[in-house]
Design a binder for this molecule. Sequence first.
Ligand SMILES: Nc1ncnc2c1ncn2[C@@H]1O[C@H](COP(=O)(O)OP(=O)(O)OP(=O)(O)O)[C@@H](O)[C@H]1O
Ligand SMILES: [Mg+2]
Length: 347
Amino acid sequence: MTSTKAPSGEVVLEAVGLTKHFPVRRRLRQILRKEHDAVHAVDDVHLTLRRGRVVALVGESGSGKSTVARLLAQLYPRTGGDIRLHGASTRVKGGRPFREYAARVQMIFQDPFASLNPVHTIRYHLTRALKIHGNAGSTADELEAALHDLLTRVSLTPPERYLDKFPHELSGGQRQRVAIARALGARPEALLADEPVSMLDVSIRLGVLNLLRDLKERLNLAILYITHDIASARYFADETLVMYAGRMVEGGDSETVTQAPAHPYTRLLIDSAPDPDRLTGDAGALEEDRGNGEPPSLIKPPSGCRFHPRCPAAMPRCSTDRPVPLEIGDAPGHWAACWLYDKAEAA
Ligand SMILES: Nc1ncnc2c1ncn2[C@@H]1O[C@H](COP(=O)(O)OP(=O)(O)OP(=O)(O)O)[C@@H](O)[C@H]1O
Ligand SMILES: [Mg+2]
C-alpha cells in the first residue's frame, strides 16, 4: 500500500539544531525592562528518521519530547534550526501544504480516546482520512476495500465487526489500533508516535508495539517512538536518544545505550526504572540524585550542562561549559554530551 520500494535506511526526516522557546507572559516590570522570558523547551536537537528504522526518544516528564514530535509534525512553528524532509528544508503552516506534509508524516497520540471523535463511527474516521489524502479510490467498492485493508493491517479482523462501531464500544488497545489505521490511511513514510502505549493496560502494550514493529517492516516506515520507559526502547527501537531539559544528552544503538549507558542522567533513568531482574540498587541510585529528582526550570535553565545540579559526577567546568557530543568509543555511533568523556580532560 505505501511505496515500499524505497530502500530501507533512506533518510526521510531530519531535525537539525531544532529549537523551540515558548514565550512566557510578561509582567509590566519585565515589559518596561524589555525582558523576554521563554520556556526553553527544545534546544539544538538533532535527529534523523530513516525508512524501516525506529528511533526512541526517552526522557522524564517535561524534557521536551512531545515538543520535538509536534515540531516535526509542523504543528508549531519552530524558533530555530531546520526540519528537512528528504533533505529539503520544510516549513508549512496550515492549508494544502500542511495536508501534503501530513500525507508523509503522521502523528499518533498517547490517548486514543481523545484523538477519536466519540460521535463518529470507525468507518467515518477512516473514510475521512482516506479521502483527505486521496486514497479512497473512485468507487464505493474501492473505498470499502481500502477500509478493510486498513483494519486488516492493524489486526482488527474481521473488519466488518469494527467498521460501524463507535470509539466507546472498543477497548483502549483497539482504539489505539484504529488511530494507527487512520494514520496509515494517509500512506505516510514516517510515524511520530508520542507515548503510543503509555495509557494502555500493561498486558496489551506489547501487542501494540509488535503491531508497530510489523508495520515498520512491512511498510518500511520510519518511526519516532517517544517514551518514558527506557526498557521498551531497548525492546522496540533500533536507536535510542536520551533527552534532558530540552537537550539531547546521549544517543546510540538501543542495546548499547540501555546496557552500557554513558551519561550520568541515562544511568539514573535506568537505575530508577523498575527492573524485575534487579532486586537491589534502586535506593542507592536515588540517593545519588543530588537534586532530589527535581527537574530544572526551563525558563532559566542551568548554565553549562543542564544536568549538573543533579549530577553525582559533576566537575567544576560542568556548571560553566556546555558539553558537546563526545564519542564514547565502545560501539560505533555511541555518544554522550558529557565532559566525563573528554579525552583532553582525562589526559
Ligand atoms: N504550548 C506551550 N506553551 C508553553 N510551554 C509549553 C508548551 N508546550 C510545552 N511547554 C513546556 O515545554 C516543556 C516541554 O514540554 P513537553 O510536553 O515537550 O515535555 P514531554 O517530554 O513531552 O513531557 P511528558 O513526558 O510529560 O509528556 C515543559 O516545560 C512544558 O511546560
Ligand atoms: Mg509528552
